[in-house]
Each structure stands twice: as C-alpha cells, then as structure tokens.
Design a protein around this ligand. Structure first.
Ligand code: NAP
Length: 362
C-alpha cells in the first residue's frame, strides 16, 4: 500500500480562490532574474483565512547573508496558521507584531530557485534549486537566510521539497536531537497523522525504531501505511488503556496531561513534547511544557521540550533520509497560490493529514 499520496495524485483545491492578480511573469518574463513586482498573499491584520488577499508587492531584496528565491512551492504549517490568526497571543509578544503581522506576507516553508544572492553568501549561486524556510513564502519571490536553506536534490520535486522543512526537521529534532538515538527503541508518536507526526512515524521507522502511533479514526490506515505497528484511536481509546511502555514518547497532538504521558514511559524513558492545538488563547497552553521541565528534575524519566530550528544541517540530514532511507514527503493536498485561504482552512479544520502545499509556479 502506498504510504503517501504522490504529488501527481494529490488532490488539487478547486474552490473559489482570491481575486485574480496577473502573475508577475505573465507579460514577457522568461524566468530567472527577478522582476520589480510580484504576486503575493498579503495579510494586513490578524484573523482567519478571509483576511488573506492577493496583491502586487515589490520583490524583496536579500541582505548580505540572504538569498532571493523564485518560489515554486510553499508549505502550509501550524506555525503559519498561528501567525495568521495571532493566536495564541504569545506569538504577538514574541515579536511577530502586536496589533498586526509585522511581515504582511505569510508562509515559512519554501522550495524554489535562487535568483539573487547577498554579498556574503557562499553556499548558493544563481540558478541553484533550494528548499528551507523563508520570510513570506506565499509569494512569487521570498528572501531566506542562507543558513536556513539546503540544496534540493533533483529526485525531490518542488512540491515535495516544500512539504519537508518545517514539519520534517521538527520531527527529526524531536526524535533524534532531543529524544536520543532511536534505533532498536520502542517509540510512540501521538498526533501521528499530521504534518509533524507523518514525518515522525516514517523517520523513526527508517532509523530502526519499533513505532506505535496515536491518531483519529479516519487516519488509522494512513498512519499504519506510514510504518506504525499498532495505531491507537484516540477517539475510542484513552491513552490510560494502552499497556505497552516506551523508551520514547513524542507528543504532537491531543494535549494529554503529563501524568498520563509519563505512565507510558519505560523506566528512564523520555517524553518529548512538540506541541498540541486548542490550548488557551493567551499562551496556547505552554504551561504544560513549563511544568514538564520542572517535573523532569525530580523523576527518573526525562520530560523534554524544544522550539524547532530548521538549520541547513538538519534539512540536509532529513534529505538524506529521503534520498537514501525511503522517507516520503507526506504531501496530501496541493492548492494554487490564489487558494491559500482554502489551504489554511483545510489545515485548521483538523481533517487534513500529512502536509498541504501551495504551488506558486506550475
Ligand atoms: N515545538 C516546536 O517547535 C513545534 C514545531 C512544529 C509544530 N509544533 C506544534 O506541534 C503541533 C502539531 O503540528 P502539526 O504541524 O503536526 O499539526 P497538524 O498537521 O494539524 O497535526 C496535528 C494532529 O494532531 C492530531 N490530534 C488531534 N487531537 C488528538 C488527540 N486527542 N490525540 C492524538 N492526536 C490528536 C490530529 O490527528 P487526527 O486528525 O488523526 O486526530 C492532527 O493530525 C502544533 O500544535 C504545532 O504548533 C511545534
């Protein structure tokens, strides 16, 4: 059974998109060098997907250690949704803009081609195909720090590449860099059908772990196909009823209480908290992470939290798992740029699985 939907097969959104704006490259633009203006999804205030509009903006200029990327595809992720809504409020206090988004163009995950480089850039040249994170990837052009990009292998499509960085490096960081070596260990991934979880199940499997998972009823078969041995249905089974104990539990969804999660650990095991939706409006429920750090000092098990950092090194390690290990970018849905609101609604609905990607250049 195929573990993921290939980009060619992936459903393409068909609902009404944003009002049409002519592509920057429509009249006589042959690609390569950047034009003066570009189409971009723009957000002038915090709110739901209806706050997004398609506009023409000046193409941004890269700083000395930055690269200008001609965007071919952009990934949609929970962080981008939080920055769109301004919820939890903590994201506003973290410097993203108190009253409105500081950067009006949303989007982090990017895959595309380098069209300009800053004076201090050493790793990339014009024409290189890259993936990574950018400032405002829901646009025809986006600036990215050199340190947040890696070279895109030819066998990975732009759509696949755009799905990888944010969620895939978070999964890799949670499992290996924070969790520890996973080969031969028993791992439980909670929230296994989402963007991070669909990477985590595969990565743990590729690295030689025995993986169990937790997902909702419609996604049990999907998660099993990603490589999970046993998939628990959180809609019908409380984690209190799970008998198996694990070396490593990666907590990505459901916001279960710490006591319940700790009970799943083998003596000396590790819990890594990645996140979880539907926390309170102010902090998103980050108090659970704070309590985990405090509690971890007094018990035999390790309770760990982290804020992901998709560095070039981590993206390259992830790519090795794709090219040599059989990790498949879990693309579920593909929408054109103008349907960014539909793509974000799809993610926020809770019915998405794997990754949603916007195509910027067909
Ligand atoms: N620490 C960091 O640096 C970092 C980095 C990236 C993301 N995050 C956070 O991690 C969380 C997940 O991100 P994501 O991109 O994977 O989001 P996502 O694509 O929306 O996936 C979340 C998954 O959680 C699952 N879920 C919902 N209720 C659940 C429950 N009661 N028990 C178990 N699973 C449940 C859902 O699966 P079903 O539909 O199958 O129920 C859903 O697929 C978000 O809160 C995000 O903000 C943190």
């Amino acid at each position: 059974m195929a573990t993921t939907t290939s980009p060619a097969d992936a459903p393409v959104g068909r609902s009404a998109g944003l009002p049409a704006v002519a592509p920057a490259d429509a009249p006589g633009y042959a690609g390569g060098a950047a034009p003066a203006t570009m189409r971009a999804v723009v957000q002038r205030r915090y709110g739901g997907p209806d706050t997004l509009a398609l506009e023409h903006l000046p193409v941004p200029s890269p700083g000395p250690d930055e690269v200008l990327v001609e965007v071919h595809a952009a990934g949609v992720d929970r962080g981008t949704e939080h920055l769109m809504t301004g919820r939890p409020w903590l994201v506003r206090l973290a410097g993203y803009g108190l009253r409105r988004p500081r950067n009006p163009v949303p989007g982090l995950d990017v895959a595309g081609r380098v069209v300009a480089v800053g004076a201090a850039v050493t790793r990339f040249r014009i024409g290189d195909e890259v993936l990574g994170t950018a400032r405002g990837s829901f646009a025809e052009y986006a600036v990215a720090p050199e340190s947040a990009l890696a070279a895109k292998p030819v066998e990975v499509s732009f759509v696949e590449a755009a799905a990888l960085t944010v969620s895939g490096t978070t999964a890799l960081e949670a499992l290996v860099d924070v969790g520890g070596p996973v080969a031969g260990r028993r791992v439980l991934v909670i929230g296994a059908s989402g963007g991070v979880g669909s990477h985590a199940v595969q990565i743990a499997r590729v690295l030689g772990a025995r993986v169990d998972a937790v997902a909702g009823t419609p996604n049990l078969a999907y998660v099993a196909a990603l490589g999970a041995d046993t998939v628990h249905d959180h809609r019908t089974t409380s984690l209190d009823a799970v008998d198996t104990r694990y070396d490593l539990v990666v907590d990505i969804g459901g916001r279960n209480p710490l006591r319940r999660l700790r009970r799943l650990l083998l003596p000396g095991g590790t819990l890594v908290i990645v996140g979880g939706e539907n926390g309170n409006r102010l902090t998103g429920g980050v108090g659970r992470q704070v309590r985990a750090l405090v509690w971890s000092r007094f018990i035999a098990e390790r309770l760990a939290v982290f804020i992901s950092e998709p560095s070039a090194d981590r993206i390259e390690r992830l790519l090795t798992l794709v090219t040599d290990g059989g990790l498949r970018p879990p693309v579920e849905a593909v929408f054109p740029l103008a349907e960014a609101p539909t793509a974000l609604r799809h993610l926020a609905s809770g019915s998405s699985r794997g990754k949603t990607v916007l195509t910027v250049r067909p």
